[in-house]
Design a protein around this ligand. Structure first.
Ligand SMILES: [Zn+2]
Length: 244
C-alpha cells in the first residue's frame, strides 16, 4: 500500500459504522479524495478536531489497490476554521461551497487553481469580508475555472457589446442582448455586469467598490446558480438552505 501525503482542505465528514468516519477532502496534490478515518468516532481519538469542515490539514493516507476510498493514517491540523461556524447562514454557505466542489470535481485530479481559490475564500471570510459578496465571488471563479462561465462582453447571437443589460440562457451557454433574448428571467443590468468585471480583476478580500442592492446580488446569484444547475443536470441540496 503506497503512502501519500498532501496539504488538504476538509470538505465534509459522515459517520461510518460505530467507530469510523468517511472524510471527503480536497488535496493540493490530487484534488478530490474520499477516505476512511478509522476510530474517528471514538472518544479522545487521535484525529481531534482536525476533521472539522474547512480545516486546512496535513493529510497522510494509504491508497488501496482497486479501492475508491483511501485509508487516512494521520491528519495534522494546520489551520482551524472553527470560528466560522457560529452563524447558521455561514454554516450553510460553507456547506454549499463544499457540495459544489464535491459534485463538480473529478476524482483524484490535481486542481491547484481551485485549491488556491478555496484557501483565499476561507482567508477572506475570516478577515470579515461580507458573506454574500464572497459566495458570489466564489461562484464566479468556480464557474470560470471549470470553463462554464459564458462571455458577458458581447451578445451570444448578434455579437454586439453587452453594455446595458444582458440575459442569460443557460441552455444556450451564453448571455444575450435584450433584442436577441428569448427569455428575460435571468437578466442582469449594467451594475451587475460591472460587478463581474470587478470580481475578475480583484482578490476576494478587497472590499468591492460596487454598489449593488441586496436584490441585485441575489439576481447575480440566480444567474450563477442557473449555470451550475444546468451543467450539473441536478440541483444542489444545500441551495435549499441559502438565500443569496
Ligand atoms: Zn443580440
Amino acid at each position: 500500500m503506497p503512502l501519500d501525503k498532501s496539504e488538504a482542505i476538509i470538505l465534509r465528514t459522515q459517520n461510518l459504522g460505530e467507530q469510523d468516519k468517511l472524510v471527503v477532502f480536497f488535496s493540493r496534490e490530487k484534488g478530490l479524495i474520499k477516505g476512511v478515518a478509522k476510530g474517528a468516532r471514538k472518544f479522545n481519538n487521535r484525529f481531534g478536531s482536525s476533521l472539522e469542515p474547512f480545516s486546512v490539514v496535513k493529510m497522510l493516507y494509504y491508497e488501496k489497490e482497486r479501492h475508491d476510498l483511501v485509508t487516512i493514517s494521520n491528519c495534522d491540523l494546520l489551520e482551524s476554521s472553527f470560528e466560522l461556524y457560529c452563524e447558521t447562514k455561514t454554516t450553510w454557505a460553507l456547506a454549499y461551497v463544499a457540495e459544489l466542489v464535491e459534485k463538480f470535481s473529478p476524482y483524484r485530479e490535481k486542481e491547484e487553481v481551485l485549491y488556491r481559490l478555496l484557501l483565499s475564500f476561507i482567508k477572506a471570510l475570516k478577515e470579515g469580508q461580507r458573506l454574500e459578496y464572497l459566495i458570489h465571488y466564489f461562484e464566479f471563479w468556480f464557474l470560470k475555472i471549470n470553463g462554464i462561465l459564458p462571455d458577458w462582453s458581447t451578445c451570444h447571437k448578434c455579437h454586439r457589446p453587452l453594455a446595458g443589460q444582458a440575459s442569460l440562457n443557460p441552455q444556450r451557454d451564453g448571455f444575450f442582448c435584450l433584442s436577441c433574448a428569448e427569455d428575460r428571467r435571468l437578466t442582469i443590468n449594467q451594475n451587475q455586469l460591472k460587478a463581474l468585471d470587478w470580481i475578475r480583476k480583484k482578490a476576494p478580500f478587497v472590499n468591492p467598490e460596487i454598489n449593488l442592492s441586496e436584490e441585485e446580488w441575489k439576481q447575480l446569484g440566480r444567474v450563477f446558480q442557473a449555470i451550475i444547475i444546468y451543467n450539473l443536470e441536478e440541483t444542489l441540496r444545500t441551495l435549499n438552505f441559502i438565500d443569496f
